[in-house]
Design a protein around this ligand. Sequence first.
Ligand code: PDD
Length: 286
Amino acid sequence: MTRIVYVNGDYVPEDQAKVSVFDRGFLFADGVYEVTSVLEGKILDFDGHARRLTRSLNELDMAAPVTMDELLDIHRELMARNDLQEGMIYLQVTRGADADRDFAFPDPVKVPSTLVLFTQAKSIAESPAAKKGLKVISIEDQRWARRDIKTVQLLYPSMGKMMAKAAGCDDAWMVEDGHVTEGTSNNAYIVKDGKIITRHLSNDILHGITRAAVLRFAKEAQMVVEERAFTIDEAKDADEAFITSASTFVMPIVEIDGASLGDGTPGAVAMRLREIYLDESRKTAI
Ligand code: PDD
């Protein structure tokens, strides 16, 4: 079955989808994105993703191409056309294609933004990786200073992923001023003496939609949550660690820079949070 993608109002087979070479997403990484997960044919936390998209667009003075209600309809239409039961929907908005290459932003009235969405089928709930846990390395965080805006400039995270692969690991945790910011495409957590520790929100990290949900569920389950920065040494000495994102949900970490955590298998807190997240998210999926 050929994948049907959405480009500026049209649903087209993926090999016929086109964006201009002058598109500012291509020339300047002048674009923002969202990745929303789908379980049993339903979208998880659409409102959270729509709110963060609106915030990212506002922070960059970029016009929203459609309303958030229209965006939900596009998500649903795309899921139906591709028969997506489980996986992700990727959405990207760029500042559109100007007549030429120009650093200055074009007039949004003359140059409409570009909107692209596509589906990615993937088994997220039944993940072999979640049973085994992931290994991470630490690397210096060399991204720009507005990581709270979900922009498409993902070259450094991509390089980080390659550094991890070269080291025989799954991902990298980025470190700035001695403290972990986040994973290449996920938020980072450690667990010590039953306490869940994750970096506080600021411009230094992406405000994960999964993070917000997981912390809410953890507090509802009477777990203790501490939102503060932590070091790699503290992480290596933790009882367990995990990451969260729309494409992994809650994923245990079993090794950091070669040091095994606990007994080297997924921790009990991470596995419990994964279960709670799956149960609760299914209830509110739309
Ligand atoms: N990444 N931090 C970074 C740097 C991310 O790129 C992501 C998401 C997260 C987690 O956010 P959320 O829980 O809203 O997915 C944290 C997506 C999944 C991606 O780039 O594919």
